[in-house]
Write a protein that binds this ligand. Structure first.
Ligand code: UDP
Length: 323
């Protein structure tokens, strides 16, 4: 298939593009390079530099590419930033996303795979989290993604657009070629590895008074390869659906740091800081639905190999993509 990938120069989009191409698909990447990196775009993909905020640009790009499906990765995705700058999240994730949706419908494309998030659930009433939980976001990031899911639902009803919402838990790890490089790094695993590489003095633990066994937040880390595999399976759906996507096991911030110490052999000093606004204590996926309906199963359910793959990439690219 020919897939139009927004955000294909970013962490998740670059690796999904690589795997789509490896599987025989054709990929057109559309990215404004504010967060992404030109050298993270697979050389076998066609690249269009453009901005979703520019309606004409995105209409021309989708109409010109004539893809069979759209995968929409481009977004802002930082919980803490969304708590101080909600406007950025509603503008980029909802309003600019709407330009893409209209361009998709206008070009007659009928399939849309959306990068959604477990943040649409807010603080869950039950763990592990399945798709029947109420979606009640506790930060503008999660709210913006939920709003886009709701818009997609209307576009299916009115325009017959088949969508798949993939609600990611915490994407982690790297492929051999591509990895995680944010210009301002806020994510736990890359920050821990920066300390191991002596690029940062200490890792900061955001809060130790959560209602969890060691007091630090618990997250479900999913290998980027497993995430990419789910996108490939989602392409085969003929009707709209939403799936949670995680490994099904939770690790606390302290556990992540301990495993990283083992993987890297570095002491990785840590210091406890204030809890971050908008962070729920525990997010762990039930991936039962995607397993039973699409046959998806994580190949890397354990955290250690996930961190090993990230560590291999960061050692080879200590300055990331260097831009
Ligand atoms: N976290 C932390 N120190 C850091 C970065 C993150 O303690 O330097 C915590 C954060 O509060 C959250 C977890 O680690 O509980 C995962 O955060 P990350 O930013 O990687 O992903 P998120 O869950 O926000 O998408």
């Amino acid at each position: 298939m020919h897939i139009f990938v927004t955000g294909g120069a970013g962490y998740i989009g670059s690796i999904c593009s690589e795997e789509l191409i490896n599987a025989g698909h054709k990929v057109t990447v559309f990215d404004n390079l504010t967060e992404g990196h030109r050298s993270a775009v697979d050389k076998r993909a066609q690249f269009i530099q453009g901005d979703l905020a520019n309606r004409e640009e995105i209409f021309a790009a989708v109409a010109g590419a004539k893809p069979e499906a759209v995968m929409h990765f481009a977004a802002n995705a930082l919980v803490a930033e969304s708590m101080t700058n909600p406007s950025k999240y509603f503008r980029n994730n909802v309003a600019s996303g709407l330009n893409l949706l209209d361009a998709t419908v206008d070009a007659g494309v009928k399939k849309f795979i959306f990068s959604s998030t477990c943040a649409t659930y807010g603080t869950p009433e039950k763990i592990p989290m399945d798709e029947r939980l109420i979606q009640k976001p506790i930060n503008p990031y999660g709210q913006s993604k939920l709003m886009f899911e709701q818009i997609l639902n209307w576009y299916d009803k009115i325009h017959g657009l088949v969508y798949v919402n993939l609600r990611y838990f915490n994407a982690a790890g790297a492929s051999v070629q591509f990895g995680e490089d944010h210009r301002i790094e806020t994510h736990l695993i890359p920050n821990v590895l920066k300390v191991a590489l002596d690029q940062k003095e200490k890792v900061e633990i955001y809060g130790e008074n959560y209602a969890t066994p060691d007091g630090t937040c618990i997250r479900d880390y999913i290998h980027i390869h497993d995430l990419a595999a789910a996108h490939m399976l989602a392409l085969g759906r003929e009707t709209s659906a939403s799936y949670n996507l995680g490994s099904g096991e939770g690790f606390s911030v302290r556990q992540v740091i301990d495993i990283a110490r083992k993987v890297t052999g570095a002491p990785i000093p840590a210091v406890v800081k204030e809890a971050r606004a908008g962070d729920p204590p525990r997010l762990v996926a039930s991936s039962h639905k995607i397993t039973s309906e699409l046959g998806w199963r994580p190949k890397y359910p354990r955290l250690q190999p996930i961190i090993e793959s990230a560590w291999a990439w960061h050692q080879k690219h200590p300055n990331g993509y260097g831009d």
